[in-house]
Write a protein that binds this ligand. Structure first.
Ligand code: 6GU
Length: 227
């Protein structure tokens, strides 16, 4: 699966793309992640501005339509596989696990990261991207949202996780939409805090029952909207 990130700050992704699970997935060619600098598509090649003041007035600057549309068209043309285009904006549809699962079955995603007050409306009118938000808060730009989406999607690509089971058990996946039960590892006791006896009992039936109860309890306490 290929991701194309369109951004004014491609270097923001440097560490993110080389570390951990994602770094491994790229090394193993399970995913390809390309970055594209919007500034490369600025019509004025001396100072390469890509933003301007909104018509009608108002605070801040908007990303202009020309470099954005040209950049996305150039990226689309790099492959014969058509890409789904995602525009990251707090005005979008809220990202969640079913959306991640839906993205994970597409071969190519273009992620358009906004900055400033967002994009000229004609970017949406012309490219007809899917507008996606990662939550009810405002970020300085779409880059962190793009990382979040890539993170959630890449781990659903077959072979990325060591244990294929581990994303079936994840909270919010299609198999289990409740919160996860608490887990413990060694030592058995730390500063008077002990591992629950049942987990040391070797009674697999009792362990499964305890975990199920903990899932219900936790979900009820923290996210009763999921029940
Ligand atoms: Cl996708 N972008 C920005 N700038 N802020 C956000 C967001 C996206 N999702 C939630 N807040």
């Amino acid at each position: 699966m290929r991701f194309d990130i369109v951004t004014l700050f491609p270097d923001l992704f440097d560490g993110y793309l080389t570390q951990g699970l994602l770094g491994k997935a790229i090394e193993r060619n399970l995913t390809q992640i390309h970055r594209h600098n919007l500034r490369d598509f600025a019509p004025d090649t001396t100072h390469r501005p890509v933003d301007d003041k909104p018509f009608g007035g108002g605070p801040g600057m908007l990303i202009q339509v020309e470099p954005t549309v040209k950049c996305v068209e150039a990226v689309q043309a790099q492959s014969t596989t058509p890409a789904r285009t995602i525009l990251l904006t707090p005005q979008g549809k809220r990202f969640n696990q079913p959306m991640a699962e839906d993205f994970a079955v597409s071969e190519r995603l273009i992620l358009l990261c906004g900055r400033y007050e967002g994009f000229d409306q004609r970017v949406t009118d012309i490219l007809e991207p899917e507008e996606v938000s990662v939550g009810d808060f405002v970020l300085n730009g779409g880059e962190v949202a793009a990382m979040l989406i890539i993170d959630a999607v890449v781990r659903l690509i077959p072979g990325v996780l060591g244990d294929e089971q581990s994303n079936i058990d994840d909270s919010f996946s299609r198999g289990n939409r409740l919160l996860e039960f608490p887990q413990y590892t060694r030592p058995r006791e730390f500063r008077g805090h002990s591992v629950p006896d049942v987990l040391l009992s070797g009674d697999h039936g009792a362990i499964a029952k305890w975990r199920e109860e903990q899932t219900q309890l936790r979900t009820n306490e923290r996210r009763s909207d999921l029940l």
